[in-house]
Structures are given as structure tokens and as C-alpha cells.
Design a protein around this ligand. Structure first.
Ligand SMILES: *Cc1c(COP(=O)(O)O)cnc(C)c1O
Length: 488
């Protein structure tokens, strides 16, 4: 698999790069992203041959088909990271919640949110490459809550890798903050920033663009990489569980081979949905990918009307903060795949300069061949969570945004798979509210939910509240550069 660039090539960068290059330096010409030049085909034999495979065997065979420049033994070791999940043989349990609907639970990893699905094996591969090239890398992350813990966890003690992680002080849940500030390893640096997530992210962008910072890392012979979903090293692992969903429904005799299913994806940066799109392109029988959003419903307008308009909106804080995003990075990879690099560059330039763009009617029709979209308000999500709690299934607020799309399918005779992206323990005050009582503190909410439902939080969550705080610096955004220079 070779990788090419979404906005075309500037003749300074190579015209195509192998997987290892695309993940070590993920920024492409003209501010674009790397995408696979071609995708392998998953035929019926591939699907049938894996009916009884473990998740890891399926993943290994899939990655072999992708023909990436990573040795087999390293791929195997990377996939062993799924042993850190609750059930090492089956890291992605699927739970039937309706006659024609399963929930695929992507949150059974070490930090209890779906970011582990990709960041765990990706972290292993990036660390391997850094060691092999004897090159030091700095990974900077600004997080609204889930990427930070998952990035720290995967790179803990990795040779040649330093992580600088910034979170908005007061802008994450207690559990998310504790997961970051109690991570104890020499190569991990965590800072709370006074301000909200936007302030934090903008301060990081300014830092990455600053000459002083780039000179400092160059003199120290350090390179920058990224662990967010602009990195294809994350996307590749997010294709696999969509293939697994189909195979699992086949195995459970819910569908026949060739029968099409719907996938419902709670979306922010569109990495999860992009993985579903690639799975569909490769041959998995998917009727449509349904994009679920919260009140920051820019993706709903993009898919239903062809409009991507930042000028008419401000970011709203919702109960599903991991989806509080307006500039959704992986949309660009869809634009490229559908309309080519010239048009992608044009649209992305319009987004940067004019704050938006509109697709033509033909383009919109092409987009809607694969996607449909809806959004839910916070009140609707709480009602959904309460409804399913009564039926004995507890879901987090991100997962709850998916149910409306599923319900709109009532007249279709097709199966749906909803992706659950976080465990209830990560957003316990909202879950408790859906169960009838409001709390400010996670610990109190967790106790209430335990009592009410009999659910027991994983030990990694329980132990957080007694762990020693390692990173206790709260900094002003003006001081980010100084602090980051001091960790190098
Ligand atoms: C990151 C995240 C999402 C959004 O996923 P994208 O791939 O960015 O669209 C949804 N839910 C949770 C809990 C997340 O952490």
C-alpha cells in the first residue's frame, strides 16, 4: 500500500510514500493528508474464511492484504496489545439490543474509550519505527478528554518517544483528568491549560507553527509526529472492527452473506466513519453509513444538504464532548476519494479562507450514496439513555446520539450496528442523570450507578481515585511554549 496526498503534490515531497513514512510524518503537501493509493478487495471468501477467526487473526490477515511496510512479527506484536482489553480473544463484544440491532462496544481497552482500538496497536508500531530509525519523536496532543489518556497509555515508557499532552483545566470529566495526571512515566508530560478546548488546541497549533519551537526541536534532533486521526496509522486499525461487525452478524446467523447492513457511527473527527467507508469500498456489504452528531451538527448539514459552513456556527458544549467538533479533519479524505485532489484542494482552501463551501447537487448525490446523517439534542440523548437503562442496557451519551438514526430505519428490513465509543464510567454524571439523579462529581455518580444497576467499574477506573497525582501543573496558554521547550 502506497500513500498519496489529498491536495495534490507540491513536487518537494515525494509523489507517494509507504505506510511507515505516512505515519511518521503525517502532514502532506499544501496542508493535506495521506490516503491509500488503492485499497485491497475483501471478497466473499475472505469474509467466510474468517467466520471463526479471533479478532486478532482477522486483523492480521487484513493488514497482510493491505501490504504495509511493517514486518509480520511487528504486526503480530502490535496486535497483542488487544490482550490489554477485557477479553483478549474478543476485544470488541457485540451486544444485541433490538431484534435488528447490535451495539458494537469499542471501549473495552485500558482507557475505556474507543481511542484504544487504534492507539494501542498504532503506538506499538510508531515506537518500533522510532527505535528502528534511532530517531527521537515528539508527539503533541491537545485533548478534550479521550485522546489524551489513550495516547499517554500507548506511549508509556516507549523508547525514543516523548509525549506532551495538553487538556483544558475544568473541561474534562474527573475520570478523564485523573487518567492523564496520574500516568507515571518519564517520557510523559501532562499540563492543564487555563481555558477551554479551543484555546488549548489553538495554543498548540501556534506552538507547532512557531520558529522558536521548530528550531529548538531541530537542534535537539527531535522530529514531530501526530497521534490524532489525521494519522493514517490510526485509520487503518479503524477499518477492521467494521469488517468484524459484518462477520459477527453472519456468524450469529442474523444475516446471509451478501445481505446489506447499516452502520451507525457517533462522529466528531470522522475517523471512525472513514474506517467504515473504506470497509464498504473494499467490499463489506454495507447499505449506508449513518453519521450521528450532537448539536454541533455540521456533519448533518454536510451530508444532508452538501453545506459545510463554519461561519454560521459557534461550538456548543454538549454532554457528548468528544463530538463537540466543527472542523472535522477526516472529511477531507472523503472529499478526495469522491472528487479528486484538485477539487479537494479547492474546497479545503474555501473552508480555510471563506469559512465554508457547498457541494454541487451531483457531488451531494454521490456523497449520499454512502452516507446519511442525523443529530440529537442533549435532552434526546438523556431520554434514549433512560429508555435503554429501563431495558437493562446502560450506554454513554455519545452512543446515545446513534439511536435516532437507527429508529428512522424502522421500515427497512435491514440490520443495524451501532458503535458504542465510551464506557459509562467516563461520563458517569450524565449517565446518573439519565437514571434519575444529578451529581457534580464522577465518584458520587459512579457509586449511585453501581447501586442502581449492579454494574461494577473496571479496576482501572476504581483505582484512579486513590492514585498519586504526578502532573499537577496548570499553565496559562501564553506559557505553553516555555513549558514545552523545558520538557525537550
Ligand atoms: C473520539 C470519539 C468520538 C468521535 O470519533 P471520530 O472518529 O473522531 O469521529 C466519539 N465518541 C467518543 C467517546 C470519542 O472518544
Amino acid at each position: 500500500m502506497q500513500f498519496i496526498e489529498t491536495r495534490g503534490n507540491d513536487t518537494l515531497k515525494p509523489a507517494s510514500v509507504p505506510f511507515s513514512k505516512a505515519i511518521l510524518s503525517p502532514s502532506a503537501s499544501f496542508g493535506g493528508l495521506y490516503v491509500p493509493e488503492s485499497l485491497p478487495k475483501l471478497d466473499d471468501t475472505f469474509l467466510l474464511d474468517h467466520i471463526d477467526s479471533s479478532y486478532r487473526d482477522l486483523a492480521f490477515d487484513f493488514l497482510k492484504l493491505c501490504d504495509i511496510d511493517i514486518p509480520d512479527d511487528i504486526i503480530s506484536e502490535a496486535l497483542k496489545r488487544y490482550e490489554r482489553f477485557d477479553d483478549s480473544k474478543n476485544p470488541v463484544p457485540m451486544h444485541k439490543i433490538e431484534d435488528d440491532c447490535y451495539v458494537s462496544e469499542l471501549y473495552h481497552g485500558p482507557t475505556r474509550a474507543f481511542k484504544d482500538m487504534a492507539l494501542q496497536p498504532f503506538g506499538y508500531i510508531l515506537s518500533y519505527l522510532a527505535k528502528k530509525h534511532d530517531q527521537k519523536y515528539l508527539i503533541m496532543a491537545a485533548t478534550s478528554g479521550d485522546t489524551g489518556p489513550a495516547t499517554l497509555e500507548t506511549f508509556k515508557d516507549a523508547t525514543n518517544i516523548t509525549v506532551g499532552c495538553l487538556y483544558p483545566d475544568g473541561g474534562t470529566s474527573d475520570v478523564q483528568r485523573l487518567q492523564m495526571v496520574t500516568e507515571n512515566a518519564k517520557n510523559l508530560h501532562v499540563f492543564g491549560v487555563q481555558g477551554d478546548f479551543d484555546d488549548t488546541q489553538n495554543a498548540l497549533k501556534a506552538l507547532l507553527a512557531s520558529d522558536e519551537f521548530n528550531e529548538a526541536i531541530a537542534t535537539k534532533d527531535i522530529k514531530l509526529s501526530a497521534a490524532n486521526s489525521v494519522n493514517f496509522g490510526r485509520i487503518i486499525f479503524q477499518i477492521i472492527y467494521h469488517i468484524y461487525s459484518y462477520i459477527k452478524l453472519l456468524k450469529n446467523k442474523e444475516i446471509k452473506l451478501g445481505e446489506k447492513i447499516y452502520l451507525v457511527v457517533p462522529s466528531g473527527n470522522f475517523g471512525n466513519a472513514l474506517g467504515a467507508y473504506y470497509a464498504k469500498k473494499m467490499g463489506v456489504y454495507i447499505e449506508k453509513i449513518l453519521i450521528a452528531s450532537n448539536q454541533n451538527n455540521i456533519l448533518t448539514d454536510w451530508i444532508n444538504k452538501g453545506e459545510y459552513d463554519l461561519t454560521s456556527r459557534d461550538l456548543v458544549q454538549t454532554i457528548s464532548p468528544a463530538m463537540d467538533i466543527l472542523k472535522s479533519s477526516n472529511v477531507e479524505r472523503i472529499l478526495y476519494d469522491k472528487f479528486g485532489s484538485l477539487r479537494t484542494k479547492e474546497l479545503m482552501d474555501d473552508l480555510a479562507q471563506k469559512g465554508g463551501y457547498a457541494l454541487t447537487n451531483d457531488e451531494l448525490a454521490t456523497l449520499r450514496e454512502d452516507f446519511d446523517a442525523s443529530y440529537s439534542t442533549d435532552e434526546e440523548c438523556i431520554a434514549v439513555m433512560a429508555k435503554y437503562a429501563k431495558k437493562g442496557y446502560i450506554m454513554d451519551p455519545h452512543t446515545a446520539t446513534c439511536v435516532k438514526s437507527y429508529e428512522a430505519l424502522k421500515d427497512e428490513k435491514a440490520f443495524a450496528v451501532i458503535y458504542s465509543t465510551a464506557e459509562w464510567t467516563k461520563f458517569s454524571p450524565v449517565v446518573a442523570q439519565a437514571l434519575g439523579k444529578k451529581f457534580k462529581k464522577d465518584l458520587e455518580a459512579i457509586d449511585f450507578i453501581k447501586e442502581k444497576t449492579g454494574l461494577i467499574p473496571n479496576e482501572t477506573i476504581n483505582s484512579l481515585f486513590n492514585k498519586q497525582i504526578i502532573h499537577n501543573k496548570i499553565i496559562q496558554k501564553e506559557n505553553i511554549k516555555k513549558e514545552m521547550l523545558s520538557i525537550l
